[in-house]
Ligand binder design. Structure first.
Ligand SMILES: [Zn+2]
Length: 446
């Protein structure tokens, strides 16, 4: 008080400065931090900041305790934002804290161990605005489960099962908030179980949880697993809620076979923007195109194999649901761009159609769809299993089982498996050419 009285002008000067310079007053930052989300992948935890505009930021790590600090320049959180309420698993990030620092906002992530941060920003893409992404990588490489190879000539047929979307990318959203990424994961898990229970088959899940994986990393995962087949599972939306039914797609690089196929491929390909892919992965995409050019010849064989397996799966799907398309459609889906692995994308239905959405949400229907995909794969592999696999070995030993599907005829089956109607009837003790859907018959070898 004494000081105030003796030097009134100085104090007034300080007060004026406080009022007149907005940078020092709270709430005057030009951007706002709207929310923070976290997604867990086996390799990293992704922390996503939703910010009202493009943001300058500084990121650094500190020890004792181990933490990552992110200073968002000229940014203030929206009223009511509570960093400690950000929901997350605690295996990598123990706690989230936040505090204003002058005109900036500081977020501190308390880490559970040594993690390597990588950060990048993403331009707005519906449904998101500007995002800052901080991926916290585990520095110790994850121990992969020990894989004991089967003896030569009796290896498993390996199927890469890809549940579409994930993490930042919910995929299509249907009535009552049903999300494609959740539905397709449930179907994928059921398919995984069926494959792993069948002798001679092994499933490899491309994504194992709720996180986003770039298209290129999905095809890479299939290659790393030495998969014989890649199956991507989706359930999409269309402008009109009336559209329904399942369909199957393969890759085309000569244009789409229909308007819907073109539209779907474009919307699926946009996933990398929504899910958030860092520049390194995007530039890696260029190398894939080069690889593709080199393997142009094997691409042709791959294309027809993809169409064939797609056809088997589509025909099985036709037994459990309405088909949106009666034949396998083709379009430029990025996720199907494996030059050497037959790849299909299964559209299990339209989540934008209210009754189909509620079916897709039910366990019984998910099971039916998974079963149809599985049986389609098995039918294809029973005649096309790669050499050196148990399934191929069984075929060579003679006899394989086949379940009759709608539209099958004995003569059609005979042509497909390179045998004769007479031989099939002989082996199965059939008196006539009559067969019924669901009947299991033995196809003689050779
Ligand atoms: Zn999708």
């Amino acid at each position: 008080m004494k000081y105030l009285c003796s030097k009134p002008t100085v104090v007034l000067g300080v007060v004026l400065t406080l009022i007149m310079s907005p940078p020092l007053t709270a709430g005057a930052a030009s951007r706002s931090l709207k929310s923070v989300r976290m997604h867990e992948s086996p390799e990293y935890t992704r922390v996503v900041f939703d910010i009202s505009g493009s943001v300058r930021y500084e990121l650094f790590t500190l020890e004792n305790p181990r933490r990552v600090v992110i200073d968002l320049a000229d940014t203030a959180p929206v009223p009511g934002f509570d960093p400690e309420a950000v929901s997350h698993a605690r295996n990598r990030v123990k706690a989230v804290r936040g505090s204003p620092r002058g005109q900036d906002y500081r977020v501190v992530l308390d880490l559970a161990g040594a993690l390597e941060p990588k950060s990048f920003t993403l331009e707005p893409v519906p449904p998101y605005g500007h995002r800052l992404v901080v991926d916290l990588y585990s520095t110790r490489t994850q121990q992969k489960p020990a894989f004991v190879p089967k003896p030569d000539g009796k290896r498993d047929v390996i199927v890469a099962v890809d549940a579409g979307h994930g993490g930042e990318d919910p995929g299509a959203i249907g009535p009552r908030g049903i999300r494609e990424k959740d539905v397709v994961m449930k179907i994928a898990r059921r398919l995984e179980t069926k494959l792993n229970q069948a002798e001679g088959y092994r499933a490899v899940m491309v994504r194992t949880g709720d996180y986003y994986l770039a298209h290129r990393l999905r095809t890479q995962a299939a290659r790393d697993a030495q998969a014989h087949l890649f199956v991507s599972i989706h359930a999409d939306a269309f402008k009109s809620p009336d559209v329904d039914g399942a369909s199957v797609y393969t890759l085309s690089d000569r244009g789409a076979t229909s308007e819907t196929a073109r539209w779907l491929a474009a919307s699926e390909n946009a996933s990398d923007l929504i899910g958030g892919v860092e520049q390194e992965v995007v530039s890696g995409e260029q190398e894939d195109y080069l690889l593709k050019a080199i393997l142009e010849v094997s691409m042709d064989a791959n294309r027809s194999a993809s169409l064939e397996v797609g056809d088997r799966v589509l025909s099985r799907l036709g037994g459990v649901t309405k088909l949106h398309r009666k034949r396998v459609e083709q379009a430029g889906f990025l996720v199907l761009k494996s030059p050497d692995i037959p790849s299909i994308l299964v559209e299990t239905g339209f989540i934008s159609n209210p009754s189909e959405a509620s079916r897709l949400g039910s366990a019984a229907y998910q099971e039916k769809i998974a079963d149809a995909i599985f049986e389609g794969i098995r039918t294809y592999m029973s005649s096309r299993a790669p050499e050196g696999t148990l399934v191929a070995w069984r075929r060579e030993q003679g006899g394989q089982r086949y379940t009759i599907t709608p539209g099958d005829t004995l003569s059609g089956i005979a042509v497909r498996y390179g045998t004769s109607t007479r031989r099939i009837k002989e082996v199965n003790g059939l008196a006539s050419d009559r067969i019924r859907v669901g009947q299991v018959i033995t196809i003689p070898a050779g």
